[in-house]
Every structure is written in C-alpha cells, then in structure tokens.
Design a protein around this ligand. Sequence first.
Ligand code: NAD
Ligand code: ZN
Length: 354
Amino acid sequence: MKALVFHGPKDIRYEDFPDPGLSSPHHAIIEVSHCSICGSDLHLYHGDTVGPMDFSLPQPQFCVGHETIGKVVEVGKSVKNLQVGDRLLVAGGAGCGLCKFCKAGDLRRCTSDRPAMVYGFSPHMNGGQADYLEVFAADNAAMKIPDTVSDEQALLMTDAAATGHFGLVGSRFEPGDSVAVIGQGPVGLMAAEVAVAMGASRVFTIDPIKARRDLSRGFGATPLHPDEARNVILQETGGVGVDRVVEAVGRPETITQTIRLVRPGGGVGIVGVVLDGDWGGVPFLRRAQGKSVSVMAGIANVLDSWPTLMGLFESGRIKGDGMFTHSFDLKDGADAYSLFDERADGVVKIMIKP
Ligand code: NAD
Ligand code: ZN
C-alpha cells in the first residue's frame, strides 16, 4: 500500500509500506477513506515526543496519523459487532482490547506492556494516513458511523471533538454555566460548540488567529483576542470570572491563564499538551488553591464522548462546520503537513484522502 511514513522531524514521506495484517483476532482492517492531521501530529512532526515514544533509539519507520475513518475489509475471528463493508470511525488512541480496563472501555488504563497505544506515534502502532489501517480492539475502540453523520463529523469524533468534550466535562461543566475556551484550533472549537449545545449561558472563545476565533461566532460564542480576553471576561462576569475554563493550546502561559479567568470555586479542564517547556506546576497550583478551583488535566478517553457527541451531531445541535479548510490527496501528504505547520490564517484542519 501507499502511506505517509515518518522518517524524522519534518520528514514525512509518501511511499510504499507493507499492507497491514491481522495481528490479533480482536482486530480489523479498514480501507481508509479519510484521515486528518491533528495539532498533536505537529508535536511528532517537530520531533517532540511523549513518554514512551523515544525516537532517540534506532527504530523502524511507521505510518503516521491517528484520525481515521474507513470501510471494514477484514475482521478478526473474535470481532463480534462489525462486518466487512461497515463504515467505521476509529478512536485515536486504542488499547489491547483484552485486559479488564480495555473491556470496560477505559483505554487509557490498558495494562498491556505495549508502549504508546496511540496510532501513528511509534512503530508499535502504525497510523491511518495510509491506504489501510489495522484497527486495534475493533469491537471496543471503533464504532460504526450512522448515515446521518458526515465524513467530516466522524473524523472530528476520532479525536478533536472527543477531546474538546472531555475538557468541558473535566471542568465540571453544567448547563447554565459560563465558559471560556482558550485556543480555537479544532479541539477548542469543538469544546466551545459543545458547550453552547449543552446549554452554557455564555461561551467566550480566545485565539490570536482571527479566522479561527471568528468560526466560533457562527455557533453563538463571543470571540476574543488573548490581549483583551481577561478584561472583557471580568467585565462581563461582574468581576469574578467564568464558571468553567477549557485550555486547548498546550502552553505554560495559557494553562496559568485558566486560573486568571475562572471564578473562585470554578473548574478548569486542561487538554492542551505541553511537550516542550516547563509546566511551572507549583505556582499554578498555588493560584488554583487560592481560588479553590478544581483542576482536571488529562488525555481524553475518546470512547467516553462518543454517545454524547453522536447524539449532538445526529440531532444537528453541533455541526463542526467550517473546520476542514483544506483537502489533500495522500500522495501530497508532505505538503499538507508543511502547510498545516505554517499556521497560516486560513488553515484550520486538513483532510487527507488516500
Ligand atoms: P491547534 O494547534 O490547531 O490549536 C491551538 C490553538 O491555540 C491555535 O489556534 C493557536 O492560534 C491558539 N493559541 C496559541 N497561543 C494562544 C494564546 N496565547 N491564547 C489563546 N490561543 C492561543 O491544535 P488542536 O488540534 O486544536 O489541539 C489543541 C491542543 O490539544 C494541542 O496541544 C494538542 O496536542 C492537544 N490535544 C490533546 C488531546 C488530549 O487528549 N489531551 C487530544 C488531542 C489534542
Ligand atoms: Zn488493555
């Protein structure tokens, strides 16, 4: 098959790669129809890696990408819920599918000794920016896509929308709350759109890139430039701050900013990933403690969000409109990465089609 293969920082190549086979009876193979590039893929693109993904060791090449949908072409003997031909959406992170935590649906707690159970970040799990993908634990970590959900919406559910929803839930959001979302990439945009759909009284969206924050006006949020955000939010909330803040950037300064925007006793959900730089943890926690703010910082268990998101997408209460600004053929994948990496104003999310 053809695939986008990681050779090193800023070196992703379209080339031949062995077709995936079934390495477990719990897995399935899909023919990829669409995949997309995530902000997290750029961390890898820059050579920044997380935890067990250690590229300082000599390793074989691997296919990149963890946001993938496609058509089932083969299922392992133990897969019960899927059939050849099903249109499938794949959770960006998967687990072994066999341990008790995977069976219970919390893939993050997988006890398998295989490191980095995320597609496309290491040779342990090839990614889906390719013609075919081996889907791990297919009964548990993938889902049939209803006809009423578009390809774009299904792609958003593989990671970005689920992470946005996870950040909002982690902030202890309840209907009627006021919310600020820092960062209006796909993750932050989805957090904000879900907040509006789930009955937030007010949603402020913050991003230095105008085109990105303006997208959120379309679903009823109030877009703000980072320089004006704190003043406007304090003004509009009687000087106390919003009930909930979601951080979807991944920088020490925006993580600190969550505590400056939230009201005393409020909650923040941090989903942005800081790979380079110091988290500055203790001063941050001192501020959080001073305001009695509950802090959730985590990696989404994508599956948890699917029932809610599927309902919101199917009923049209969230749409994810305007998110995919560009589409590339797989063969031009290296250009797609370099365009996405430029952070140009008109680029929000890029779809890639094998
Ligand atoms: P993205 O890079 O497209 O979006 C980040 C946005 O933050 C950009 O629009 C950027 O302009 C904006 N930004 C930069 N500085 C800012 C500032 N000072 N104030 C406000 N906004 C600012 O990325 P994305 O795909 O939306 O992902 C967002 C973050 O979430 C990334 O760090 C990514 O790694 C992380 N992520 C986490 C999980 C998880 O499970 N925790 C899953 C997926 C992605
Ligand atoms: Zn497991």
